[in-house]
Design a protein around this ligand. Structure first.
Ligand SMILES: [Zn+2]
Length: 301
């Protein structure tokens, strides 16, 4: 079995299989050995698919690049025709081991797709993607530029109790030393246990800052509120269906409880970061009182 991988060379060929059966991320396990981090896997593209299931993409739609070793993808290039003039670079909105999700850029043309992992290498699809014009140019842009709105001078922070508890189902607060907040660089959040598959929702109106997979955090999501605070959800069962830059309403579904990454038992690892947010100058703070305030708040109508 050849293990050759296409690395930026037009002539090179890899044994790529166009198959839609690779789809479900639920059945795939990240290449992480317990107690250690495995050597980074080179990316490899096996199929291209546009939501919902079509092999043809319209500009502005989400493209799923299926394969393996994809979790470190930094950028996706829509190669278009010959030469580099019509190449279009896009940032993935979500990545995990077997899939990269990316919005087809406005200027993209039909052609092969290349994924780039700056630390490991690149891979190119064996087949071209067909790109068509957006359905209605007048339609509102699918993804607003992900510029976090700084808190306005008159913007009052929401009352501590205002919001929705992130877990929509039975739950218990972890109380061991490894479950509670111990500060930056330690356990930066609080673990709340619930059955795998229990729906997770946004506590407040927020914007999606990050959807990604990481060997310890598993599938994780970071939301940023208008006041600059961030909420991080980790160990989610599947990658969140949300995309970076997307606005999310309080109570909107963001994924489900899981045990991906380094997790013992199904639980939500929840982090609360002060403005200006998660790894943007903010600090993680103990989220327990905020979680309990939301937990005791009446459910939204
Ligand atoms: Zn935790």
């Amino acid at each position: 079995m050849s293990s050759s991988v296409v690395v930026g060379r037009r002539a090179a060929l890899a044994m790529l299989v166009l198959s839609a059966s690779v789809a479900s991320g639920a059945s795939a396990s990240p290449s992480v050995s317990p107690g250690g981090v495995a050597a980074p896997e080179r990316p490899r593209i096996e199929a291209l698919r546009c939501a919902p299931g079509s092999a043809v993409c319209r500009r502005g739609e989400l493209l799923a690049v299926l394969g393996s070793g994809m979790q470190g993808t930094d950028a996706v290039v829509f190669l278009g025709g010959r030469g580099t003039r019509d190449d279009r670079l896009a940032q993935p909105s979500a990545t995990d081991n077997v899939q990269v999700t990316v919005q087809v850029p406005n200027g993209a043309h039909s052609g092969r797709i290349k994924v780039i992992d700056r630390g490991v290498g690149a891979a190119r699809s064996s087949t071209p993607l067909k790109v068509r014009a957006a359905v209605r140019p007048a339609a509102p842009p699918a993804a607003p530029p992900p510029a976090p709105a700084p808190p306005g001078p008159g913007a009052a922070p929401p009352a501590p109790g205002a919001g929705v508890f992130p877990i929509q189902g039975a739950h218990t607060y972890g109380a061991t030393a490894s479950n509670v907040f111990t500060g930056r660089g330690g356990h930066q959040g609080n673990d709340v246990f619930a059955a795998c598959g229990t729906p997770l929702v946004a506590p407040q109106a927020t914007m999606v800052l990050r959807v990604a997979f990481e060997s310890r955090a598993g599938n994780y999501l970071v939301l940023t509120a208008d006041d600059g605070r961030s909420f991080a959800y980790m160990h989610m069962r599947e990658a969140s269906p949300l995309v970076k830059g997307q606005r999310v309403a309080a109570g909107q579904a963001v994924g489900t409880v899981g045990d991906t990454g380094r997790a013992s038992g199904c639980h939500l690892h929840f982090e609360l970061w002060t403005a200006p947010g998660w790894y943007r100058g903010g600090e993680p703070v103990d989220p327990l009182s905020q979680l309990k305030a939301w937990d005791g708040a009446p459910a939204p109508g």
